[in-house]
Design a protein around this ligand. Structure first.
Ligand SMILES: [Zn+2]
Ligand SMILES: [Zn+2]
Length: 324
């Protein structure tokens, strides 16, 4: 293990830290033609004058979005290797950020898992260790099959939205409207809904089982915090009819049926405790007392009731304009 470590295998791919850049001779001897700098520091451009250079400005912290840079980094690395040169990926220490970028490349090139990629790197540089957030991003990248267009992937968009909610919790501000993901606007033709949730008063369909938050009801292994107490809410993903209210920039508020204006639920970005004792974040809920659960009609008609083009949500005089 040295300042400049070659990834074991056929590729002229190297990993290092800031000090690696000072080893001019070593870089030259290794045939380095391309350098990826993965860090947010003022860099002396002079030292990159002999290389094709790409900078990815991220800090080594869990919540940095390194995932969005994977496709461009992979392409840059690929170009360098295809041109017959060598590629150095470096960060400050050559431990977390650079290892993450190299992992992403190896995963895409060889179709291997993040752990397999990391093991390969560690053969040359044992202390490589993507931080926890980067490791999750590698897992996510793997689960979406290392696409070229990460940003168009539903799994990525959902992850972005979850980050946004997490951030908004931390700083006590509602998520920016453009970052709220209205799940019914991204229908991927999934399985048909089992049931619909309708406004008890006017019968408008407000959601289907597809948009009920599964985490709350299904995946909890532990006993409910308050045994014996039933859930009095349906927790939902954001849906288009809530748009005027959820985009109003408030941390919490009420949800009205868009048709009859009955108060049917509430939301709180910082989360909400269900009557069963569970916390759900973000908490976007319909009160069971205001809702009828109806078995879904045959396939094809299930989603129609809740779809509502943005133009008809009424920026003027629509539901959002009524102060609660
Ligand atoms: Zn509950
Ligand atoms: Zn209604």
């Amino acid at each position: 293990m040295g300042l400049l470590d070659k990834i074991p295998g056929e590729l002229n791919l190297f990993i290092g830290g800031l000090f690696t850049l000072r080893r001019k001779q070593a870089l030259q001897d290794s045939g380095i033609t391309h350098v990826v700098s993965v860090l947010r520091l003022p860099l002396d451009q002079e030292q990159f004058k002999d290389f094709a250079h790409k900078v990815v400005e991220v800090d080594d912290v869990d919540d940095e979005n390194l995932l969005e840079h994977f496709p461009a980094c992979n392409k840059f690395i690929q170009d360098g290797l295809d041109g017959g040169g060598g590629v150095l990926v470096h960060c400050a220490m050559g431990k977390s950020r650079s290892a993450t970028v190299v992992c992403a490349y190896l995963m895409q090139r060889y179709g291997i898992t993040p752990m397999d990629a990391l093991s390969q790197i560690r053969e040359a540089r044992p202390f490589c260790e993507p931080n926890e957030g980067f490791m999750k991003q590698l897992d996510l990248y793997h689960s979406m099959a290392t696409p070229e267009n990460v940003e168009e992937t539903p799994a990525y968009q959902r992850w972005l939205y979850e980050r946004e909610v997490e951030m908004s919790r931390a700083c006590g501000q509602a998520p920016a409207p453009e970052n709220i993901r209205f799940e019914d606007e991204h229908d991927q033709g999934t399985s048909p809904a089992d049931y619909e949730l309708r406004c008890r008063k006017c019968r408008r369909t407000l959601a289907t089982s597809l948009y009920v938050v599964a985490l709350h009801k299904n995946t909890k292994d532990q006993q409910p915090s308050r045994p014996g107490s039933e859930c009095s809410h349906y927790f939902l993903d954001p849906l288009s009819w809530m748009r005027p209210e959820l985009e109003a920039g408030k941390m919490d508020g009420r949800l009205e049926c868009p048709k009859c204006k009955t108060n049917v639920g509430k939301y709180a970005w910082q989360g909400m405790q269900c009557s069963c004792g569970d916390w759900v974040v973000p908490g976007i809920s319909l009160a069971k007392g205001k809702i009828d659960e109806v078995k879904s009609r045959p396939a094809g008609s299930a989603a129609l009731g809740i779809r509502m083009p943005p133009s008809s949500t009424g920026r003027k005089g629509g539901p959002g304009q009524q102060n609660l």
